[in-house]
Design a protein around this ligand. Structure first.
Ligand code: KIV
Ligand code: ZN
Length: 513
C-alpha cells in the first residue's frame, strides 16, 4: 500500500484558466486552505513570470506551514534563481524544472535539438539542487514524445539530481491504457527510476484527466498533480476532489492511500470557485450541487431506507451537510459564532464575524430559514471582499410582458451618493446600464451565471459575472434573495475589484503550459 502524494497546482496551472485572476491575498487564503486539506505539495506559482507571482510564492513560503511549497522554472538560470529566491523562507521547498519532450515542441517552440534539451535540463536540475534537495523534473507533451528520447532525458535528469519525475499529458491526448503503459515503460527502462517518485500531470481535453491519472497510479505513479474543481489551462487538469475520492472510495481496487483531509474538500472547492469566479457545474462529481441530490421517487425512497442504496460515499465525508435550518432571525451573536465554528470557520477575526452577523441578520429578515449553505455563502462573500470604494445603496426596477424594463440605482462613493435610471433589454441589463452611467467605467460583460444556494422560493441567488475592462479581466460575485439585486451586487463587486487593482491583463505577458 503506497502513499499517493497529492500535488496541488490550483495556484499555478489552475490560475492559467482563462479569465481567472487571483491577487496575493487570495492566493495565501487558498494556500492556507490547501494546508488544512493536507495536500502534500502546493505549486504556488511561476516566480519569473511576474513580480506578482514572485510575491505570492514568497508570501506563501513564509506563511504557510505543512505542505512542501513548490515553484515552477524553465530550464534557464534566471528562472531557477528566481524560484529559489521566492522559496527561501519555506519550511520545505521544491523547485519544479520543466522542458519539453516532443518533436513538435522542440521544433516549433523551443527551437532546440534533443542534445541541447538534455544538456539544458541537466544543468538546470544541478543548479536547482544547489538550492534544495527536492527537485522535480517534467518534459511537456510526453504523450506525443518518442519513448527512447524520454528514457534518455529522464535518465539524465535523475542522474543530475531530480527526485520526482513528472510525465505530463500536456495536451490531454493520452488514453488510460496508453498512459499507464508509458509510465510502466519509463519506470522499467529509465536508469535510476527506482529511486525517484513518478508523477502524473494530466489535462482534460478529452475528459480523461482523472481516468489517466488513476491508470498511472495503477502503473506505479506515486504522485498525482491536480487542481481543485479541475481548473487549468484549456479544459483544465485532473480534479483533485475526484482523484482523491476515487482512491478513497475504491481502495479495494487501488490499494493506496492519500493523506487528504477529505472533510475539507467541499470548503476548498467553494473557496476556489468563489475566488476565481468559476462556477462549479451542478452535476460535477463530489462537489457539484447535485452530487448528493436524489430526484427520482425510486431513488428518494431508496436513500430514505438506506443511504447506500444510491450513495457510494457520504456527503459528510467530503465536508458537505444537508442544507438544514441552522438559525433564525432571533438567534444571537454567540449562537452565530458557534455555528461558524461548527461549519469550520472558527478562525475568523472578530470584525469579520461582526460583518457576517449583520449580513446574517439582514438575510434572516428576508428569508424564513437560514441554512448552513446560506451561511457558507455569506462567509465566502465576506472573506473575499476588497475595500468598498462603491457601495450599492438601492436598486429598483420594473419589468413585465410588453413593457420596456427600467431600473433605478443608487450608489455611494467617498464623494457622495449618486442615482441614475436606465432602460435595457431586461431588468439586469437596465441595472447594469444605470451603474455604467454613474461610474463611467467601461465594462464588457463576458459571462453571467446564476445559481441558487439551496432550494425553496426564498433561496439565496448567487450571481457570478466575468467582465473585461480596458484590457483587464476580472470577476465579481453577488448574493441576495432577489436575483436582480444579486446581479447588481456582482457588478459592484467588479467595480470594487477594478478600483482595488484586483484584475489581471486579459492577455498574460508570459504564457505557460
Ligand atoms: O501541462 C504541462 O505540461 C505543465 C508542465 C509545466 C508540468 O503544466
Ligand atoms: Zn499543465
Amino acid at each position: 500500500m503506497a502513499h499517493i502524494r497529492i500535488f496541488d497546482t490550483t495556484l499555478r496551472d489552475g490560475e492559467q484558466t482563462p479569465g481567472v485572476a487571483l491577487n496575493t491575498a487570495q492566493k495565501i487564503e487558498i494556500a492556507k486552505q490547501l494546508a488544512r486539506l493536507n495536500v502534500d505539495i502546493i505549486e504556488a506559482g511561476f516566480p519569473i513570470t511576474s513580480q506578482g507571482d514572485f510575491e505570492a510564492v514568497d508570501r506563501i513560503a513564509r506563511e504557510v506551514r505543512g505542505p512542501t511549497i513548490c515553484a515552477l522554472a524553465r530550464t534557464a538560470r534566471a528562472d531557477i534563481e528566481r524560484a529559489a529566491q521566492a522559496l527561501e523562507r519555506a519550511e520545505r521547498a521544491r523547485i519544479h524544472v520543466f522542458t519539453s519532450g516532443s518533436k513538435i515542441h522542440l521544433e516549433h517552440m523551443l527551437r532546440k535539438t534533443e542534445d541541447e534539451v538534455v544538456s539544458a535540463s541537466v544543468e538546470s536540475v544541478r543548479l536547482a539542487r544547489e538550492y534544495t534537495d527536492d527537485v522535480e523534473f517534467s518534459a511537456q507533451d510526453c504523450t506525443r514524445s518518442e519513448l527512447e528520447f524520454l528514457i534518455r532525458l529522464y535518465g539524465e535528469a535523475i542522474a543530475a539530481g531530480a527526485t520526482t519525475v513528472n510525465v505530463p499529458d500536456t495536451v490531454g491526448y493520452g488514453m488510460p491504457e496508453e498512459y499507464a503503459a508509458l509510465i510502466r515503460a519509463l519506470r522499467e527502462r529509465v536508469p535510476g527510476a527506482a529511486a525517484v517518485h513518478f508523477s502524473t500531470h494530466c489535462h482534460d481535453d478529452l475528459g480523461l484527466a482523472v481516468a489517466n491519472s488513476l491508470a498511472a497510479v495503477g502503473a506505479g505513479a506515486t504522485q498525482v498533480e491536480c487542481t481543485l474543481n479541475g481548473l487549468g489551462e484549456r479544459a483544465g487538469n485532473a480534479a483533485l476532489e475526484e482523484v482523491v475520492m476515487a482512491l478513497e472510495t475504491r481502495k479495494d481496487v487501488w490499494g493506496h492511500w492519500t493523506q487528504i483531509a477529505t472533510r475539507e474538500l467541499y470548503r476548498s472547492s467553494r473557496m476556489v470557485s468563489m475566488m476565481t469566479g468559476t462556477a462549479v457545474p451542478p452535476n460535477k462529481a463530489v462537489v457539484g450541487d447535485n452530487a448528493f441530490a436524489h430526484e427520482s421517487g425510486i431513488h428518494q425512497d431508496g436513500v430514505i431506507k438506506a443511504l447506500e442504496t444510491y450513495e457510494i460515499m457520504s456527503a459528510e465525508t467530503v465536508g458537505r451537510s444537508a442544507g438544514v435550518l441552522v438559525m433564525g432571525k432571533h438567534s444571537g451573536r454567540r449562537a452565530f459564532r458557534r455555528t461558524l465554528e461548527e461549519l469550520g470557520y472558527g478562525e475568523l477575526a472578530d470584525d469579520t464575524v461582526n460583518a457576517l452577523f449583520k449580513a446574517f441578520k439582514d438575510l434572516a429578515d428576508r428569508k424564513s430559514s437560514v441554512t448552513s449553505d446560506d451561511i457558507r455563502a455569506l462567509v465566502e462573500v465576506e472573506t473575499a471582499r476588497v475595500p468598498q470604494t462603491y457601495v450599492l445603496e438601492a436598486v429598483q426596477f420594473q419589468s413585465g410582458t410588453g413593457m420596456t424594463p427600467v431600473a433605478t440605482v443608487r450608489l455611494s462613493t467617498d464623494t457622495g451618493s449618486y442615482e441614475e435610471a436606465a432602460t435595457g433589454d431586461g431588468p439586469v441589463d437596465a441595472v447594469y446600464r444605470a451603474l455604467e452611467r454613474i461610474t463611467q467605467v467601461p465594462i464588457a460583460l463576458e459571462g453571467y451565471e446564476l445559481r441558487s444556494v439551496g432550494s425553496g422560493k426564498d433561496a439565496l441567488g448567487e450571481v457570478t459575472v466575468r467582465v473585461s475592462s480596458e484590457g483587464r479581466a476580472v470577476h465579481g460575485r453577488g448574493l441576495s434573495t432577489d436575483v436582480v439585486e444579486a446581479s447588481a451586487r456582482a457588478y459592484v463587486d467588479v467595480l470594487n475589484k477594478l478600483a482595488a487593482g484586483v484584475a489581471r491583463l486579459a492577455a498574460p505577458a508570459v504564457t505557460t503550459p
